[in-house]
Design a protein around this ligand. Structure first.
Ligand code: 5AD
Ligand code: SF4
Length: 492
């Protein structure tokens, strides 16, 4: 995997020249981490000399795009230390970047840890690290301390920037469990190495945390309160990556529509978008996630006005029942959601809408569920993520009575999925016969004579081509739609 340059790189080289590693670490960031990168580098070299080979790492991501972006930061730091990236769990350092939004995400991690333990028995140099949302839960840490002593390194969502320091400690004391969990973000540390997955597109964090406290959701407890980055920091990062070849950015936040409200000089999300779209060389702007309660008329206007902003909105519905939406603390009802969709469609007629829906929230009746089905039929989503409600300890919904029986949930889930898929197929196919710009992402995994890319509305297109097209925008005639993707032909 290619290692991409970064603004920090030059600065970094300057700063480490002359750094005395026998002295205590500097207190201020990011210098402190630069110091530990150097220390870890030296220790790693010693271990490699002893092992007679290079040491490898693998960071494995569970969950959402925020975690995927965090993993890129972790990889950047590990590569700077000198570890070699591999794609297998038979590596010398395996880090799971965990998710805890639903209970099955936690179960998956426990299951896979068992397998890692047996790999560790065979490799005396192996270290195991865990980070991310699940590690912000107290009972998880207790369980780790008690039953998973073979884990070397545990940290949370607020201190991934400290990875070099933690790895350095862990390499120097391989028999100890290094645990560093912070309850909130003391600081946002920028200017550390990042290893981006794609050279031509990138996620960009615009805010961290969530203040909404939807009653089913654990995210506000594990990701902390909302904190926006300043427009200057965001623009600077985007200009830098655009100069490195990025043409598409995905602005990331739990609720991008409330971006900037708490900044010293408040800036709205719509205003931020206007500034970003001015960046020359940037072709496409995406963002996620939009909370319907905060989606402003200004944002709709801006989406309609600026062609770089992709005609796609991920607009989580959660439920179509106004009664349940209130119990979920979502601050909108069925009518206002449908009205919002109408207003968006009036301004951006071809827009693709996608959503998240939860089935089986406590107290959900058949009538409530039918309201959800009704919204799906009315809105006609291009696609929808459907989830079975998962009880998360500590959230208000976990204490609610009338948890819905499993068989009832299963039946509703199947009906919803069938409807979502039927509507999704019909919606996705609406551009058949047209020519659209496709940003090519990769050579097709099944058929190497094809390449795969995405239209501005996020639909997937396969068409004949080769690796030289990766990262370019190609006009493609959409020949046929096969459910959720198109087969096309490049137009010259
Ligand atoms: N159970 C099921 N789904 C959930 N989500 C969040 N919390 C839960 C839960 N406890 C879903 C929501 C959210 C998406 C990221 O995950 O639909 O939009
Ligand atoms: Fe969870 Fe609601 Fe925040 Fe989304 S907006 S992360 S569902 S609390």
């Amino acid at each position: 995997m290619k290692r991409y340059s970064m603004r920090a790189n030059e600065k970094y080289q300057e700063l480490i020249a002359g750094m005395d590693l026998t002295k205590p670490a500097p207190e201020n960031e990011p210098f402190r981490q630069y110091y530990f990168i150097e220390r870890a580098k030296n220790k790693l070299k010693e271990i490699e000399a002893e092992a007679g080979r290079k040491l490898t790492f693998n960071v494995i991501t569970f969950g959402c795009q925020m975690n995927a972006r965090d993993s890129e930061k972790l990889r950047g730091i590990l590569e700077e230390i000198g570890y070699v990236r591999v794609e297998t769990e038979e590596a010398d350092l395996v880090i799971y970047n965990t998710c805890t939004v639903r209970d099955n995400a936690n179960k998956k991690v426990y299951g896979r840890l068992g397998k890692l333990q047996s790999l560790k028995r065979q490799n005396p140099y192996m270290q195991i690290g865990l980070c991310g949302c699940m590690m912000q839960e107290e009972q998880v840490i207790e369980k780790m301390k008690k039953s998973y002593r073979f884990v070397n390194l545990i940290f949370g969502t607020h201190n991934i920037y400290k990875l070099a320091e933690l790895v350095s400690r862990s390499l120097e004391q391989p028999d100890q469990m290094v645990i560093d969990i912070q309850q909130s973000a003391d600081q946002v540390v920028e200017e550390l190495p990042v290893d981006r997955k794609y050279s031509f597109k990138s996620g960009v964090n615009i805010m961290y945390g969530c203040n909404n406290f939807c009653t089913y959701c654990i995210v506000p407890y594990v990701r902390g309160r909302e904190k926006s980055r300043t427009p200057e920091e965001i623009l600077c990062e985007i200009r830098q990556i655009v100069s490195e070849g990025v043409v598409e950015v995905m602005l990331l936040g739990q609720n991008v529509n409330s971006y900037g409200k708490n900044l010293e000089k408040p800036v709205s999300f719509a205003e931020l978008l206007v500034m970003i779209q001015e960046i020359e060389g940037l072709e496409r702007i995406r963002f996620m996630t939009s909370h319907p309660k905060d989606l402003s008329p200004e944002l709709i206007e801006v989406m309609a006005k600026y062609p770089k902003i992709c005609p796609h909105q991920h607009l989580p519905l959660q439920s179509g029942s106004s009664r349940l939406l209130q119990k979920m603390n979502r601050h909108y009802d069925k009518e206002s959601y449908l009205d919002l969709v109408d207003r968006i469609r009036a301004a951006v007629p071809d827009i693709s809408l996608t959503t998240d829906i939860i089935v089986g929230f406590p107290g959900e009746t058949e009538e409530d569920f039918l309201e959800t089905m009704d919204v799906v039929e009315k809105v006609r989503y291009d696609s929808a993520f459907t989830f079975i409600y998962s009880k998360r300890t500590g959230t208000p919904a976990a204490a609610m009575e009338d948890q819905v029986p499993e068989d009832v949930i299963k039946d509703r889930f199947d009906r919803l999925l069938a409807l979502v898929q039927k509507v999704g197929r019909e919606q996705t196919a609406r551009f058949t016969g047209q020519t659209k710009k496709v940003l090519v992402e990769q050579v097709n995994e099944q058929d190497p004579s094809l390449v795969t890319g995405r239209m501005d509305n996020n639909s997937v297109v396969h068409f004949p081509g080769d690796a030289s097209l990766i990262g370019t925008l190609v006009d493609v005639h959409l020949d046929e739609c096969h459910g959720f993707y198109y087969m096309g032909t490049a137009v010259r």
